[in-house]
Design a protein around this ligand. Structure first.
Ligand SMILES: *[C@@H]1O[C@H](CO)[C@@H](O)[C@H](O)[C@H]1NC(C)=O
Ligand SMILES: *[C@@H]1O[C@H](CO)[C@@H](O)[C@H](O)[C@H]1NC(C)=O
Ligand SMILES: *[C@@H]1O[C@H](CO)[C@@H](O)[C@H](O)[C@H]1NC(C)=O
Ligand SMILES: *[C@@H]1O[C@H](CO)[C@@H](O)[C@H](O)[C@H]1NC(C)=O
Ligand SMILES: *[C@@H]1O[C@H](CO)[C@@H](O)[C@H](O)[C@H]1NC(C)=O
Ligand SMILES: *[C@@H]1O[C@H](CO)[C@@H](O)[C@H](O)[C@H]1NC(C)=O
Length: 417
């Protein structure tokens, strides 16, 4: 009876003491996942508590046992060696020494997670009368990349077709996700774009019904585009790589992953400054070709199928986030010579392919009047093949009269895209 009464009166007291925070708001604090939150606990007397004891706990709740959140006793606390703090709160809970002088025992919890949800108590057991504060913490989920069952993988984006009229048809695809993901195309500024209706296929598997979703969009503006997959039910959201679409010039390329970007930039540096070392470091990935200034060179590149009505594209020194130089482009009979604009100035009039070789899959190009500045890594891509293929060719231009060097060309190998 007495115990009940005491509890009741201290509950009233704490509501009064903590004023606004525990007033009509009922001591409820809301925070979004992954952010920091201050759980307030202040004595209305503002008495100095530097040499007092306060104890933050999370009492047992329906889904969790009791947790020791933070303990302070006259300067000894969990962050300076006092044992007993629950594992999940270690290194995440802080107080302000300065605020203690004003009777403020508030704590900050860093990087909140959903499991931090629940009731917290802040107790001063040795004060007369003892003081007890209670706060409810709500942690709201945000949309982010989650690694849980059914979460959509990163959407894959491709340029599907070049319909007449200079537009480009882009496709976004997600496989095997559940619940059904929603796809959204965005431009580089993050603006939502209106696409066609998504095509959805459903597959019943023993664990769940999985969804494959395709969303196509026709674009007419040169820009970087990306596709976002969202599953609101599980607060999962993931964005594709950016795809560069240049409808007018019919030029396309993907901003490759960090890996290719760093390989390429490393290679470019190597080609320029360490000509001899490149022979060893790049043997597996790059076919090397040497040429003399002023001469003509063939940059080789072939696949095993007829590419007369397909598409291939040569670029130079592709680097992440930087547009590569356009060396040559072939698209179903059209090429830089007779229709497509967009070729880099320095390659105009100097590059050709051999139309009759295309039926054998030979997309080699011939560059005339070689200059020293042509040294670099060239990429030969077949974006419309299934799977797409990409080859790297390193060109080293030797000045006339400079002494010749060893190995010459090495193995050509595709990098799968
Ligand atoms: C108590 O200290 C916290 C920082 O730990 C601060 O955010 C809060 O405003 C302080 N409360 C009062 C009432 O001064
Ligand atoms: C916050 O927590 C998440 C997952 O709980 C973790 O991935 C992230 O690295 C943490 N951030 C910081 C700044 O500790
Ligand atoms: C963009 O589209 C998504 C999904 O369709 C939607 O949730 C979001 O509110 C839209 N954003 C804007 C700025 O319209
Ligand atoms: C470009 O030349 C090819 C033959 O090399 C031809 O098939 C194509 O129709 C030409 N395109 C234009 C726009 O003239
Ligand atoms: C492209 O143009 C160059 C120079 O104008 C010319 O030498 C070459 O034969 C042309 N190639 C094709 C395939 O028409
Ligand atoms: C491909 O064509 C080039 C000329 O463009 C030629 O030099 C080369 O030998 C051909 N390669 C093959 C494998 O036929």
């Amino acid at each position: 009876m007495f115990g009940v009464k005491l509890q009741f009166s201290s509950l009233c007291l704490c509501l009064v003491l903590s004023g606004i925070t525990l007033g009509l708001g009922q001591g409820v604090i809301s925070v979004t996942e992954d952010s920091d939150v201050v759980l307030p606990c202040s004595l209305s007397t503002k008495e100095n508590i530097e040499f007092k004891l306060f104890d933050w706990k999370k009492p047992a709740q329906k889904d969790q046992p009791r947790k020791e959140v933070f303990f302070y006793d006259a300067g000894v606390h969990y962050n300076n060696g006092h044992p007993g703090q629950s594992e999940e709160f270690k290194g995440r809970v802080f107080f302000s020494q300065k605020e203690l002088k004003q009777g403020n025992a508030s704590i900050t919890i860093r990087n909140t997670t959903v499991t931090d949800r629940g009731i917290y108590t802040c107790v001063f057991p040795r004060l007369q009368p003892p003081q007890r504060f209670q706060i409810k913490l709500i942690v709201a989920l945000i949309l982010k990349v989650r690694e849980i069952a059914g979460a959509s993988p990163k959407p894959s984006v491709t340029i599907l077709d070049h319909p007449e009229g200079g537009a480009l048809l882009l496709q976004c695809f997600v496989q095997g996700a559940y619940p059904k993901p929603e796809l959204q195309w965005k431009d580089n500024a993050g603006k939502n774009l209106t696409a066609a209706e998504p095509q959805v296929t459903e597959r019943k598997e023993k664990d769940a019904t999985r969804y494959d979703v395709t969303l196509q969009i026709t674009v007419t503006k040169t820009d970087y585009y990306s596709c976002v997959a969202t599953q609101h039910e599980i607060y999962h959201q993931i964005t594709s790589d950016k795809i560069y679409a240049s409808p007018k010039e019919k030029l396309i390329w993907l901003i490759g992953g960090l890996f290719l970007g760093s390989v390429l930039s490393a290679l470019v540096v190597v080609v320029w400054f360490k000509r001899h070392q490149i022979m060893r470091t790049c043997r597996e990935k790059v076919k090397l070709v040497r040429a003399e200034e002023g001469k003509t060179v063939v940059l080789p590149c072939s696949v095993k199928e007829n590419i007369e009505s397909n598409h291939f594209r040569w670029t130079k020194d592709a680097q992440e986030n930087e547009l590569p130089k356009e060396v040559f482009l072939y698209y179903k009979g059209n090429h830089y010579n007779n229709s497509s604009g967009g070729q880099s100035e320095e390659f105009k009039e100097r590059v050709k392919h051999i139309q009759t070789e295309l039926k054998d899959g030979n997309a080699s190009i011939i560059i005339t009047n070689i200059k020293r500045a042509d040294t670099g890594i060239y990429t030969c891509e077949f974006p419309l093949l299934e799977p797409p293929q990409r080859f790297l060719i390193g060109l080293i231009v030797d000045g006339q009269g400079e002494d010749e060097d060893d190995d010459g060309a090495t193995e050509l190998s595709p990098l799968s895209v």
